[in-house]
Design a protein around this ligand. Sequence first.
Ligand SMILES: [Zn+2]
Ligand SMILES: [Zn+2]
Length: 311
Amino acid sequence: MKFSNILTSVIRSFLGDYRVNEGDTRRGVDWIGSIPFMVLHIACLAVIWVGWSWFAVLFALIFYLVRMFSITAFYHRYFSHRSFKTHRFFQCLFAIWGCSAVQRGPLWWAAIHRHHHIYSDTEHDTHSPRIHGFLWSHIGWISARENYETRVKYVKDWIKFPELVFINRYAQVVPIVEAVIIFIVGALLGIHMPELNTDGPQLLIWGFFISTVVCSHATFSINSFDHMYGTRRYNTPDTSRNNFIATLFTLGEGWHNNHHHYPITARAGFYWWEIDITWYLLVILSWFRIVRELRPLPDHIRKKNRIPVEE
Ligand SMILES: [Zn+2]
Ligand SMILES: [Zn+2]
């Protein structure tokens, strides 16, 4: 491979360029494409030099929650399962908001996830711990060549929106801009509000890199841990489980066995005691007509196909 080609591939890996096509049939790990993901992790080590402040940690936590919500509510419950409706303007906004979590574009995410629901825990599943082992189900799959591009077959309903195809293709531009803004905000606060004890590099490492890496692993834990550890209420043909700890980190997505039982509802917690922050926030957004027609959970579905509890 010529140096100029390698350089082009590296630049492309940072800028995104996730085309919508039939998918790459080449197998194996795409090392160059995985560079940004590796950089995200390695950059976190810079915490040794930048230190910490309450402001930077709080910023990282809030930004984590804001972006986790964009994944659970929009990438997952909207773009993957169409579990509610919204205006085209908000659809566009939700797509950009989702890009901020650095989990590639909304159509790529939805295509991978719809494929997971069709082939859950079979040999075709992209990320099954039962078939491929824990490591592959957690992070291996995202580095694979065949999972890099957006498979049009699974998102035919979305490609009629040119703005979504555009946002999906250049999804990585959003995090690059966001990292620059966070750095500038940190630098300005360092000059004008020294009592916060932060600066550009510190806020960048905490607010962008650490926050993003934790958000990524929390999301991926649904594919890995949540198909291994937890309880099963419904007799689904896969290994999905309900896991309270995963729920706390993912604003409700830990009720994954519930979700595999009936994926099209906007809820993941099926009872009042099953905390589902994403659902609560979606209900609040519906009061303001930002989202509408949240798909409910019919009572007969809640009772159907349950695994009998042993006495
Ligand atoms: Zn699953
Ligand atoms: Zn799903």
